[in-house]
Design a protein around this ligand. Sequence first.
Ligand code: DX5
Ligand code: ZN
Length: 216
Amino acid sequence: MFSPSLLGSDFSRAGEELEAIAAAGADYAHFDVMDGNFVPEITFGAKFIEDLRPLSDLVFDVHLMIENPEKHIDRFIKAGADMLTVHAESTRHLWRVLQMIKESGKDAGVAINPATPVSFIEPVLPIVDSVLVMTVNPGWGGQRFIRETVDKIAELDSRRAEGGFSYIIGADGGVGRKNIKELYDSGMNLAIMGTAFFNEDDKSSFLHELEEIVEA
Ligand code: DX5
Ligand code: ZN
């Protein structure tokens, strides 16, 4: 499954870019919310998502790179998020914030930075719908893939099988043709792509090509 990230698109044409994601055959659209504190950059808030919501039936996958996400969960749910992912490093109340998301009927995801081990989120693995492994340092699109993070995907895949858990595993950052096979073979289910996707003129062929690469 693919979740193209609007961060790699032209925000002045956000509606069309969102439509291009659906037209390419993706199921998800990834929204990178940055607050200038948890990460240096600032992108957009809930209103951006709210305004785009009526234009699309895609699953809105909202990646919160913000401090104290528990303060903002309700607002992003009202805006139309289907899946909300919070960083394990961004809150002292990880269990509570994940519970808040689940109680609202939305999918709850937990993200980990490249330097955060899988063991750090072990207690919440039974309750999450998704684990997002950052394969770059969060904060910017277009960075180089950090290969060492693939081991964490494999570890999450093993723990999922051992524990009988049902979370999906996402990889975010520097994902494209060169590493999709390795990620998929390690247990990744959802490829988040900004630059690689939006650099392609024929986005639909690109996603087909990636499907062929992983199935080969
Ligand atoms: C990085 C974001 C990513 C970003 C990925 O902080 O979380 O979702 O859009 O962009 P690329 O695919 O360009 O690395
Ligand atoms: Zn992201």
